[in-house]
Design a protein around this ligand. Sequence first.
Ligand code: SF4
Length: 234
Amino acid sequence: MLDTIGSPTAEAVLEDALRRQFKGKIALVSSFGTESAILLHMIAQIDQATPVIFLETGKLFPETLAYRDTLVARLGLTGVRSIRPSGAQLAAWDPDGRLWQRDVDLCCAIRKTNPLDGALEGFEAWITGRKRSQSGTRATIEMLESGPDGRMTVNPLAFWDDAQIEAYFTAHELPHHPLEAEGYTSIGCATCTLKPRPGEDKRSGRWAGLDKTECGIHMPRTQGSGLVFAGNGI
Ligand code: SF4
């Protein structure tokens, strides 16, 4: 099935990826953020046991954890894996839990990139909710991309805009992230997330004031390159 611009629909891309192209070898990576319910709902219509990787960084809003539990119950998802950072890496590099104040890239490596690399081992492909409309490094993404690690990335919502997102929530009566009502439009770790100011783009509240727009999990990297501590045996 094609959408209005002649691309396959998000549902068709997902169904093909889950049932045929990467059957049994693909996972959805979800932040359980403001727009995550869409892909979670779509995969639930295809296979409720689809692996879903959730990076529980230890710095998330409690509302995000509650929203995860709400969606899991509501959609009947049975494959959600909450992945935590390595205790050894935290002890070595972030013993006071304040690394995010000193080095956000190192903190994201310990709490996001490295755990994701481990969680994706054995998977040939992963699904993300990235969209061109999120601009920045996402403005040119395609629905299917290959990474330097040899793993494929499936972006079913690559061409979706805000109107389509809201229409899907309404059509399927999906609950919104509780912090959206307070003005948050893109939600990551509580320590590094602000509400955008009027006129700013949706992701502007992430690492506000810093020259950083991505945590690194969506940046090209070769397999294992995120394991910055491998040489230390941590
Ligand atoms: S978003 Fe902030 S707290 Fe979360 S892992 Fe990255 S630097 Fe650390």
